[in-house]
Design a protein. Structure first.
Length: 174
């Protein structure tokens, strides 16, 4: 049974340190033999893990297909709900207008009660923000354009003061 990936990695690092401090040709030969063996184990482990990743990616593509099928049904149900929500709003607006016009604040039966009530909070519509007094304005910190920093960094490889840019790495498995 082969060692786990983290163990192979640790063993290779240890052997490289030993190689750099080896004092005899016999030590160098022994370390090279062990390194070659570990590299073969590592390559086998990398290939096997690569196959696992490819299988998981294939499973995910299959799941994406299933999600797409369900997405069509979800979209249909969302559309149906939106139509019903609009109908409810329209009926409520019409009913409120009719009750206000008739000055009818409440209708109550044994099964249902319909009442015209004030909203909990008044709504505010700002028509000209420049005329609103400062005491009603919220001061906000400026936002940083991270995409612009990344674009400039790609050209100059220099980050502005107060920012740090890192370039990640990923595996490509085919």
């Amino acid at each position: 049974m082969s060692a786990p990936l983290y163990q192979i990695h640790a063993d290779i690092a240890r052997l490289i340190d030993e190689y750099n401090s080896a004092e005899s040709d016999e030590d160098l030969q022994r370390i090279e033999t062990e390194l070659n063996s570990l590299n073969m184990n590592l390559e086998e482990k990398v290939v096997n893990i690569g196959y696992v990743i490819l299988n998981l990616q294939a499973d995910n593509r299959e799941l994406d297909g299933q999600i797409a099928k369900f997405a069509v049904e979800v979209d249909r149900l969302k559309t149906t709900k939106a139509v019903r929500d609009n109908r409810i709003k329209r009926l409520k607006d019409d009913l409120l207008a009719a009750m206000e016009t008739a000055r009818l604040p409440k209708v109550k039966t044994a099964d249902i009660s319909v009442t015209v009530a004030k909203n909990g909070q008044p709504s505010v519509n700002v028509t000209d923000a420049s005329k609103v007094p400062d005491k009603y304005k919220i001061i906000q910190d400026p936002l940083v354009d991270k995409k612009a920093i990344a674009r400039d960094w790609q050209e100059t490889h220099e980050a502005p003061d107060g920012a740090e840019v890192t370039q990640g790495k990923h595996l490509l498995i085919r």
